[in-house]
Design a protein around this ligand. Structure first.
Ligand code: SF4
Ligand code: SF4
Length: 128
């Protein structure tokens, strides 16, 4: 399962991610990480069986953990297969298939919303 870990300014300088992984013996497959001096955001995959323990460990140290379980939805009636979403998606969710239609791998969606703003036909939305 995909999760987002938000680390706020009061704990940004502390090794809470490493400590939580060691403490719970949990591996996180990190696909994206953005840090500055005030804020951190990490997108990672974790085994479902390990989720509860790593979430508890992280949240006890001041992080916020969100499950990314509402991936992008494409309205095939509205989509004109222009490919704009392919180039802007940081998760490489979209691609052209062999017939130049749009293929998608929604398991990779990190719910950033970028493609929604870029789609000229308003064909994309996030599931609620
Ligand atoms: S940007 Fe919108 S219209 Fe263009 S291919 Fe993607 S979903 Fe379809
Ligand atoms: S919401 Fe973000 S990660 Fe998901 S498909 Fe759109 S651009 Fe890609």
């Amino acid at each position: 399962m995909m999760i987002k870990i938000n680390i706020s300014s009061n704990v940004i300088g502390e090794p809470i991610l490493a400590e939580s992984m060691i403490e719970t013996k949990t591996a996180l497959n990190i696909s994206q990480a953005h840090f500055d001096s005030t804020y951190g955001e990490i997108i990672a995959e974790v085994e479902t069986d390990d989720f509860k323990s790593i979430r508890e460990a992280l949240e006890s140290k001041g992080a916020k953990v969100t499950v990314l379980d509402h991936p992008i939805v494409r309205d095939e009636e509205e989509c004109v297969e222009c490919g704009a979403c392919i180039s802007v998606c940081p998760g490489h969710v979209f691609s052209f298939d062999e017939e130049w239609g749009i293929a998608q791998d929604i398991e990779k969606c990190i719910q950033c919303g970028t493609c929604i703003k870029m789609c000229p036909h308003h064909a994309l939305s996030l599931e609620k």
